[in-house]
Design a protein around this ligand. Structure first.
Ligand code: DQA
Length: 140
């Protein structure tokens, strides 16, 4: 499978940002481990802090990518536009969150984008990404 991982706003600061919630490892440090867990798949990663860029990236996956893992960051809780983009592409998408969004502030408990996804994995730190790739592999 060609897997695309999309990370949304502020996830470029993983390892530095609120480490008590999101951990002390950067995504760049974690990525080689993730890639080595799935030698049978090609895994591409991409990050943006901008809603429109995330929508463009989802569109650009059409006919090129087999499966998408997305951590929309805070856009999960606000972006009908990203949810619509996920619905517009015929590619299975799994949403991930490092933190358990149901165990945090009320405003994080709802995800517009997860409604458009095959499923959501939340609360397992960076391991959420491994679990998402595994679930997409089983779906394929
Ligand atoms: C997050 C959860 C969101 O509520 C938050 O805005 C983030 C990170 C997570 O991975 O736990 O930026 O998506």
């Amino acid at each position: 499978m060609n897997v695309l991982i999309i990370n949304g706003p502020n996830l470029n600061l993983l390892g530095i940002r609120e480490p008590e919630i999101y951990g002390r490892q950067s995504f760049e440090d974690f990525l080689p481990d993730l890639i080595s867990m799935f030698p049978q798949h090609s895994i591409e990663t991409w990050q943006s802090n901008h809603e429109g860029e995330i929508i463009d990236k989802l569109h650009s996956a059409i006919a090129k990518i087999d499966a998408i893992v997305i951590n929309p960051g805070a856009y999960a809780h606000t972006s009908v536009a990203i949810a619509d983009a996920i619905k517009s592409i015929a590619i299975p998408v799994v949403e991930v969150h490092l933190s358990n969004i149901h165990a945090r502030e009320n405003y994080r408990r709802h995800s517009f984008t997860a409604e458009a996804c095959k499923g959501m994995i939340s609360g397992f730190g960076l391991d959420s990404y491994r679990l998402a790739v595994l679930s997409l592999e089983k779906m394929s």
